[in-house]
Write a new protein. Structure first.
Length: 238
């Protein structure tokens, strides 16, 4: 397949699934510049160094994606420098446990901000230019928590259900513009989210497998879109 030229924006790229996706694209797709976005500059630079070593031109953009102003400045900078991206991967997110008895309004708003509103902010600014160019692929890294509820995960489940709904709406709105929209729904993946959990590593999916699924969906012809992809550990959910 002929490589798709342009640049890719990957949020939450400093660790876990986002870092694996960045390294995977650097290794697998030529002629695709990478824009890595996250709050932690040091970790972003580490991932960027790996991507550059693999041959990808990589730029680091430290940003708090829950800040509307910061995201607006970020997108203005990227669009002025590179134009519309060919790929946007909304991966940024975080999990904080809590049920109906111990989820405060502040925590609820924070979980929606990190897992849902941040994706809206950047998507609302980058997808319209992609539509104008009539090309591009948008990924939302959601969760199995987008399709089922978990005890002790009230705010996270609410946010991830919302993320899937937003992705489905954007899919319908953009399909006539040549934009593909894919939602990835991974189960338990071996990342820092699961630190301290008394389970062996082989009970989890490796983040690299999630990255491979994103790359495979991206590499399909423009005539085909993977709308939603559910991934679970072989032994099922934890």
């Amino acid at each position: 397949m002929t490589p798709k030229k342009g640049f890719a924006v990957i949020t939450g790229a400093s660790q876990g699934i986002g870092a694996a996706i960045a390294r995977g694209f650097a290794e697998s797709i030529s002629d695709l510049d990478l824009a890595l976005v996250a709050r932690n500059t040091d970790r972003l630079e580490t991932v960027a160094a790996d991507c550059r070593a693999l041959g990808a031109e990589t730029t680091v953009y430290p940003c708090d994606l829950t800040s509307e102003r910061a995201v607006a400045d970020l997108c203005e900078s990227m669009l002025d420098l590179k134009g519309a991206p060919v790929l946007l991967i909304n991966n940024a997110g975080a999990f904080e446990p809590g049920g109906i008895r111990d989820t405060s309004p502040e925590m609820f708003r924070q979980q929606l901000g990190v897992n849902l509103t941040s994706a809206f902010y950047i998507s609302s600014l980058l997808i319209p230019p992609m539509m104008d160019e009539k090309r591009g692929h948008v990924f939302f890294v959601a969760s199995v928590a987008s399709i089922r509820g978990y005890p002790g995960g009230l705010a996270y489940c609410a946010a991830k259900h919302g993320l899937l709904g937003m992705a489905r709406s954007i899919r319908e709105e953009t399909k006539d513009s040549g934009i593909r929209v894919t939602t990835i729904l991974p189960g338990a993946t071996f990342t820092t989210t699961w630190e301290g959990v008394n389970q062996p590593e082989d009970r989890f999916m490796p983040a690299e497998d999630i990255a491979r699924s994103v790359i495979a969906a991206f590499q399909m012809s423009d005539r085909t879109v993977v709308e939603e992809l559910l991934l679970r550990p072989q032994l099922g959910d934890l």
